[in-house]
Design a protein around this ligand. Structure first.
Ligand SMILES: [Ca+2]
Ligand SMILES: [Ca+2]
Ligand SMILES: [Ca+2]
Length: 242
């Protein structure tokens, strides 16, 4: 399994990811994309899913209708401290999940850095970021929002790391993590550091938005329908008058 994942990472890291369906990617850099909607990856514990080039995996987990809490609401900005986040509850809707999983090869004594970005397509917006537990002390280490969302998006047999700093260490003095969300609401950039047995995981929650071209097309079809209806009404009136 581990060798397979290495090969998968290497092969996928070399190509741009392009998908056009709802919840798909427009572009990305510095990630190895894997579609895990079939549950092929079954182990996310430290050491189980590492890339030889230390490229984080971007794992598409699928979409589910659910209501749950997220640590940040997806609003734009640059985030390097827990106090900057805006937690919210996502109300019942069909939300998709991508798990960003960074596990440095082996257990390095110095922190390993990974940077990159993910741009989702224009039918999609980031509406939630799940990144806790993410520190070794304080409420950030006891809030298990990643665990809570595993229950929604993780296949039943998947083992997820339960280490207390599975998520991001925002503001950590020796090995800090950070991320930003662009004003378009669909581009997520990351700057992660992990060392030893540490890993960094972030679950990105997406909501579909109507595509502008679809709105225009349907408006045109509705407009044509109106014209046809009026033409028929006119013809009926003329027939009746004749
Ligand atoms: Ca490791
Ligand atoms: Ca980290
Ligand atoms: Ca971490």
């Amino acid at each position: 399994m581990r060798k397979t994942c290495f090969l998968l990472a290497l092969s996928l890291a070399s190509f741009p990811v392009v998908a056009s369906a709802a919840f798909g990617l427009a572009s990305s850099s510095g990630v190895a994309y894997v579609d895990n909607t079939g549950g092929a990856i079954t182990d996310f514990d430290e050491g189980a899913l590492e890339d030889t080039e230390n490229v984080p995996f971007l794992v598409f987990e699928g979409a589910e209708v659910a209501t749950f809490d997220v640590d940040h609401d997806g609003s734009a900005g640059t985030f390097t401290e827990f106090s900057q986040l805006a937690p919210t509850t996502l109300d019942v809707d069909n939300y998709a999940s991508y798990l960003l999983h960074f596990d440095p090869l082996g257990q390095p004594v110095d922190h390993v850095n990974a940077t990159g970005f993910v741009e989702f397509n224009d039918q999609t917006r980031i509406v939630g970021v799940v990144l806790l537990p993410g520190a070794d002390t304080g409420p950030e280490s006891t809030t298990d929002s990643l665990g809570a969302t595993d229950a929604i998006y993780g296949p039943g047999y998947t083992y997820y790391d339960t280490y207390t700093y599975r998520g991001l260490e925002l503001g950590n003095s020796s090995s800090p993590d950070g991320f930003s969300i662009a004003s378009d609401g669909r581009t997520f950039s990351f700057d992660l550091n992990a060392m030893g047995a540490g890993i960094d995981e972030v679950r990105l929650i997406l909501q579909a938005v109507p595509e502008m071209s679809s709105i225009v097309t349907w408006s045109m079809i509705a407009g044509l329908g109106l014209v046809v209806t009026r033409a028929r009404s006119k013809k009926r009136r003329e027939t009746a008058e004749a």
